[in-house]
Design a protein around this ligand. Structure first.
Ligand code: NAD
Length: 283
C-alpha cells in the first residue's frame, strides 16, 4: 500500500515508519517537524488545505494520486504539555481534517492513535471492572482525552455516512522505547506509582505492529482496540495489585500473575495482534 503516516517524526511514528517500510509498504512521512529528504513532507495538519493537498499526493512534477491508506499519529501526545485550548485545537482539527480529506479523496483505510486515557485514566474514579476493555463508554478526564473521545465519536459518524470506510482507533497504552525500560524497576517501589494506567505500557515496536495489522485488516466500519503489552510494568502479582489498589472493583476473570490489566483480547482476536516485547526480557 501507499501509506501516508502522520506524526512520523514522533516517538511512535519513528518506529512505525520503519516497521511499515520493512513490511514492504511505500510510506510517506508527514509531520510539522522532520528532516528534509525523500519520503518526508512537512505538513501542518491543522491547515485543511495542506492536509488535502498532501493526502491527494500532490507533489511537484508528479501526477497526483491519493494514498491507499492513512496512519494518523500526529498530535500533542499527552495532557499538560501545552495549554488545554492549544491541545484541543491542534488535535481535534488535525484529526477532523485527516478524516474529511480521506472522505473527499476516497481513501477508505484509516488507522489512527486514540489513547488509553479514554478508559478513565488516571482512575480517580475506579474502572467498572478488571481487566479493563473496550466494552464500556469513554470516560475522558482531561481535555487531551476529551479530544480522543470526540475523535472516536467523529469516526463512528464518518463510517456511518460511508459504510465502505474503515476507521480503526488504537487506544495505545503508554508508549515505551527499549531505553525507557531502565526506569521500570523504580515503578515497583510503590504500586501507586503506575496505578494511574493500571500498570500498562506498550513497546513502540509492538504498537507499530498493531498499526501494521490494523492497516492490513480487511474490515469496514469503526472499531477501537486497546493496545498494550502482554504484561504489566510491575513485578507484583496482579492479585496483590488489584486487591491493594482497586478494592471493590469486580474482577471478571482469572487475571494471570502479570498479564496486562488493559485487555488486548479484542486486538488479538480481530487483528491478530501478538505483542513480542516485554520489559522483563528487553531485546
Ligand atoms: N506516547 C504515549 O504514551 C501515547 C499513548 C497513547 C496514545 N498516544 C498517541 O499516539 C500518537 C503518537 O504519540 P507520540 O508519543 O509518538 O507523540 P510525539 O509527540 O512523539 O509525536 C507526535 C508527532 O506529531 C506531530 N504533530 C503534532 N501536531 C502536528 C500538526 N499540527 N501537524 C503535523 N504534525 C504534528 C509532532 O511534530 C510529533 O512529531 C499521538 O496521537 C498520541 O496522542 C501516545
Amino acid at each position: 500500500m501507499r501509506i501516508a503516516l502522520t506524526g512520523a517524526s514522533g516517538k511512535l511514528g519513528r518506529t512505525a515508519l520503519t516497521v511499515l517500510r520493512q513490511a514492504g509498504h511505500d510510506v510517506t512521512a508527514l509531520d510539522i517537524v522532520g528532516t528534509r529528504g525523500p519520503g518526508f513532507l512537512q505538513v501542518d495538519l491543522t491547515d485543511y488545505g495542506q492536509v488535502i493537498d498532501a493526502l491527494a499526493g500532490v507533489r511537484d512534477g508528479a501526477a497526483p494520486a491519493p494514498y491507499d491508506a492513512i496512519a494518523h499519529l500526529g498530535a500533542i501526545p499527552a495532557p499538560g504539555l501545552r495549554s488545554d485550548v492549544a491541545t484541543f485545537e491542534n488535535n481535534i482539527l488535525s484529526t477532523h481534517h485527516v478524516f474529511q480529506a480521506a472522505r473527499t479523496l476516497g481513501i477508505r483505510n484509516i488507522v489512527y492513535a486514540s489513547s488509553e486515557t479514554v478508559l478513565g485514566l488516571p482512575f480517580a474514579i475506579d474502572p467498572p471492572y478488571l481487566p479493563i476493555d473496550e466494552e464500556y463508554p469513554g470516560r475522558p478526564e482531561s481535555t487531551y482525552s476529551l479530544v480522543k473521545h470526540l475523535e472516536e465519536t467523529m469516526a463512528a459518524q464518518f463510517t456511518r455516512w460511508d459504510p465502505s470506510l474503515k476507521i480503526i482507533g488504537l487506544r495505545f497504552s503508554n508508549v515505551m522505547d527499549p531505553e525507557d525500560y531502565d526506569a521500570f524497576p523504580e515503578y515497583d517501589a510503590d504500586p501507586k506509582n503506575r496505578r494511574w494506567n493500571a500498570w500498562g505500557y506498550i513497546d513502540a515496536r509492538d504498537g507499530s505492529q498493531a498499526i501494521l495489522k490494523a492497516l492490513e485488516a480487511e474490515i469496514t466500519g469503526f472499531e477501537v482496540f486497546v493496545i498494550a503489552a502482554a504484561d504489566t510494568v510491575s513485578s507484583r502479582p496482579n492479585a496483590q495489585l488489584a486487591a491493594g489498589e482497586f478494592p471493590g472493583v469486580p474482577v471478571n476473570r482469572e487475571l494471570g500473575e502479570h498479564d496486562t490489566l488493559l485487555s488486548i483480547d479484542k486486538a488479538r482476536r480481530v487483528l491478530g495482534f501478538a505483542p513480542e516485547h516485554s520489559w522483563r526480557d528487553p531485546r
